[in-house]
Design a protein around this ligand. Structure first.
Ligand SMILES: C[S@@+](CC[C@H](N)C(=O)[O-])C[C@H]1O[C@@H](n2cnc3c(N)ncnc32)[C@H](O)[C@@H]1O
Length: 273
């Protein structure tokens, strides 16, 4: 997979040399190019921003440097096959970045990121490139960062660990929170390692029982417990048809019940959490 990042802070992307993403680069699984947007400015001060039309506080990133940067990046001649590149624009006003979107992006051969600063990029840049390629405006959460570089690091790491051969154990992301499959829409429960007791805290006995069925059941129950406590919205999105008898019992103990005639579950009034 090829990644291009155009930014006014190339040094902010240094972590892309570290750990999982760094190793993926070293192995040639990820081909990362970080570009300084200011190389496409033509004035003495390397200006990339200007005052907003309509007034208001803050500055807006100018069309000119972004247009030249993206044209030149696209003209680089990278062969992304039939799929072509995708423009990923981090912005708090974008669609939420989810595991589902990470999977979708991991299937694309070429991602071009445009992390902004100030009040963001002049709208016409996204409108222009949307005529040439898919443009994904993506938010990593309901908060506002000073710039999009941290969002690029987040998205890149989530995408890179899904690429074939990047994780040492290909099974590792099978049981992750949000992973598709049997645990879809459930958060992962607690995990433990040696020693079996630490400062008076013992691990759950079932984990050393050697009984795979019981361990799987315990993990699933814990996933329900954690999801109900931290993300009740995810439980509401589950399809009850995907639950077995024990799932329903666990949910009932946690205060959830099938909505009459509907596919969603709701908290039963008066049941303790
Ligand atoms: C100060 S923010 C601009 C916020 C903008 N005025 C708004 O309210 O939508 C500057 C840049 O940081 C990045 N950014 C900030 N919060 C983000 C978020 N939650 N997700 C993705 N990118 C974000 C974007 O690149 C954004 O253009």
């Amino acid at each position: 997979m090829r990644l291009d990042v155009v930014t006014i802070f190339p040094e902010y992307l240094e972590p892309l040399n570290v750990s999982l993403v760094g190793k993926a680069r070293a192995r040639g699984q990820l081909d990362v190019h970080v570009h300084d947007l200011r190389q496409w400015t033509h004035d003495r001060h390397n200006t990339v921003d200007d005052t907003p039309y309509g007034g208001g506080p803050g500055m807006v990133m100018k069309t000119g440097p972004w247009g030249e940067a993206l044209d030149q990046t696209l003209a680089d001649g990278y062969d992304a096959g039939a799929h072509g590149p995708v423009l990923v624009v981090p912005t708090p006003s974008g669609r939420p970045f989810t595991q589902e979107l990470a999977v979708e992006l991991s299937e694309r051969p070429w991602l071009i990121f445009t992390p902004a600063r100030y009040e963001g990029i002049d709208r016409r840049v996204m409108d222009e490139y949307a005529t040439r390629m898919p443009v994904y405006e993506v938010s990593i959460g309901d908060y506002v960062l000073a710039g999009g570089e941290a969002a690029v690091l987040v998205i890149t790491e989530a995408v890179a660990r899904l690429l074939p051969g990047v994780l040492g154990n290909a099974e590792s992301h099978r049981d992750d929170s949000f992973a598709p499959g049997a645990m879809a829409n459930l958060l992962e429960g607690p995990v433990y390692t040696k020693p079996p007791e630490w400062r008076g805290h013992a691990i759950p006995d079932v984990l050393v029982s050697g009984h795979h069925g019981k361990i799987a059941r315990w993990r699933r129950d814990e996933a329900f417990r954690r999801t109900a406590a931290h993300r009740p919205d995810l439980i509401e999105r589950c399809d009850p048809a995907a639950f077995d008898k024990k799932d329903r019992e666990t949910l009932s103990i946690l205060g959830w019940a099938p909505e009459p005639g509907g596919r969603f579950w709701r908290r039963v009034e008066g049941v303790e959490e």
